[in-house]
Design a protein around this ligand. Structure first.
Ligand code: FRU
Length: 536
């Protein structure tokens, strides 16, 4: 066990042991951030799912609380599955969650705090009349799950959406309710996309087109766009799209059908799933949580006794510049963990160079970097019609005229283990530049039972923008944000040598024909306090 303990993270949310998956019911209540999660109290693999619970003052330091809900009723005996919280105007909370019944039918259940005056919301009561919703005719009994936070219609009713599918078409069913007990199913669906399969953990929320703050889930009107996010059971990724919500018939239309939800843009191009946002009325922002699983073997997970972490919560904003993307950024509270920093200004990276960055041990870092490429060389480069893709075009060892260049993280001195986080620019035969953003895990570990995929995606870079990068490194996880969070990649990494004091960070430029200048600020990061419940 202790051999693998270095893989435990230091400032990402994790239970003390065993399996965790989706974030559930996040909210801010009476001074505390509440976080619930899918949890197996018995093993480091999925199964026996109940709701874990923790609270925090700042989304960084946590106190574990007793399990909020266990599988003790016929309507959730096979699992207390994913759900969402709604804070009513009178301050009361309702929790809707999916139960897998004795017969493994998926139904929706209602729960509420036993004592609203308890800011820690330790005890939960399940509504005695559960379930409140059963799979409607025409859907599958095992594909009707994960109710959203409710939002208000202008008639004053509450509205929710729940993911399902019909044949291979992913759908978001829509219901109105006045009391969270009786529901009226709307004709039609919020949205449907053929070929995308079961939609898990649907999320639906407004974003402001003009303001740099988040919006309560019920906000609607001019200046507002609506986001639909789905987690595709078939390909295990979270996709979102931006569009327009039509309250009257309860439908949502994507701005651009060719990048509709499920076929277009992902929250994260690495390992990241079942994400859920909440409106944080404390700081007037929308915050995104996402489940980051392991990418080693199940045997390794059982050996180390735990599996999964949660992402650092990310604030979410509409990207005014592209109009198609969201911007995700680690919540500002993470900066309270910053310790000593090092700055590197205008480091010049000639083609083929690797430059060590002396920052001390490099297992807990917050890195801000900006890259500038010689403009003359960019102009002179010849275009071609070769299309580049991170995953299909070979990793960071594959040299092109204008890429790859970036950082090597969790690398050992000899670079026998390293994970390049990098940009790769290509010029089309039309003369246009295209940038990709990638994480290359192929040399991340000497171990063989770990995922070594090359992750990444096309990255929109607008006129006049330098390439910018933020990377959070935390032992076995890196979260990397390009262009202010326009494109994000999370990787789980299991180096065997680049650990503890031996972990280092480097700059590299493996382009054959681009001179790059890099400026960076790198902080050592403190560990977060994630404390067990005292009475245990
Ligand atoms: C997504 C998911 C949800 C379900 C829960 C069960 O990861 O499959 O659809 O409610 O996990 O743990």
């Amino acid at each position: 066990n202790s051999m693998l303990s270095w893989q435990r993270t230091s400032f990402h949310f994790q239970p003390e042991k065993n399996w965790m998956n989706d974030p559930n019911g996040p909210m801010f209540y009476k001074g505390w951030y509440h976080f619930f999660y899918q949890y197996n109290p018995n093993a480091a693999v999925w199964g026996d799912i109940v709701w874990g619970h923790a609270v925090s003052k700042d989304l960084i330091h946590w106190l574990h609380l007793p399990l909020a809900m266990v599988a003790d009723q016929w309507y959730d005996q096979n699992g207390v599955w994913t759900g969402s919280a709604t804070i009513l105007p009178n301050g009361k909370i309702v929790m809707l969650y999916t139960g897998s019944t004795v017969e493994a039918v998926q139904v929706q259940n209602l729960a509420y705090p036993a004592d609203h005056s308890d800011p820690l919301l330790v005890h939960w009561v399940k509504y005695p009349g559960n379930p409140v919703l059963v799979p409607p005719p025409g859907t599958y009994k095992k594909d009707f799950r994960d109710p959203t936070t409710a939002w208000l219609t202008s008639e004053g009713k509450w509205r929710i959406t729940i993911g399902s599918k019909i044949n291979k078409t992913g759908i978001a069913l829509i219901y109105d309710t006045k009391d969270f007990i009786n529901y009226e199913k709307l004709d039609g669906v919020l949205h449907a996309v053929p070929g995308t399969g079961m939609w898990e953990c649907v999320d639906f929320f407004p974003v402001s087109k003009t303001e740099e703050n988040g919006l309560d889930t019920s906000v609607n009107g001019p200046g507002v766009k609506h986001v639909v996010k789905v987690s595709l059971d078939d390909d295990r990724h979270d996709y979102y799209a931006i569009g327009t919500y039509h309250e009257k018939n309860g439908t949502w239309i994507p701005d651009q059908p060719e990048i509709d939800v499920g076929i277009g843009i992902r929250y994260d191009y690495g390992i990241y799933y079942a994400a859920k946002t909440f409106y944080d009325q404390n700081k007037n922002r929308r915050v995104l949580w996402g489940w980051i699983g392991e990418s080693d073997s199940e045997a390794a997970d059982m050996k180390k006794g735990w599996a999964s972490v949660q992402s650092i919560p990310r604030t979410i904003l509409f990207d005014k510049k592209t109009g198609t993307h969201l911007l995700q950024w680690p919540v500002e509270e993470i900066e309270s963990l910053r310790l000593k920093s090092n700055e590197f200004n205008q480091v010049s990276l000639l083609p083929g160079s690797v430059v060590p960055l002396d920052v001390g041990p490099a297992t807990q870092l917050d890195i801000l970097a900006e890259f500038e490429i010689d403009k003359e060389l960019l102009k002179k480069a010849t275009g071609s019609n070769i299309t580049f893709s991170c995953s299909a075009s070979g990793g960071a060892a594959e040299r092109g005229a204008l890429g790859p260049f970036g950082l090597l993280v969790l690398a050992d001195e000899s670079l026998s283990e390293q994970t390049p986080v990098y940009f790769y620019i290509t010029k089309g035969s039309d003369g246009n530049l295209k940038t990709s953003f990638c994480n290359d895990q192929s040399r991340s570990s000497a171990a063989s039972d770990v995922n070594k995929q090359i992750y990444g995606s096309f990255l929109p870079v607008l006129k006049g923008e330098n390439l910018s990068l933020r990377v959070l490194v935390d032992h076995s996880i890196i979260e990397s944000f390009a262009q202010g969070g326009r494109t994000v990649i999370t990787s789980r990494l299991y180096p065997t040598k680049a650990i503890y004091e031996a972990a280092k960070v480097f700059l590299f430029n493996n382009a054959t024909n681009a001179s790059v200048t890099a400026s960076l600020k790198i902080w050592q990061m403190n560990s977060a306090f994630i404390r067990p419940y005292p009475n245990k």
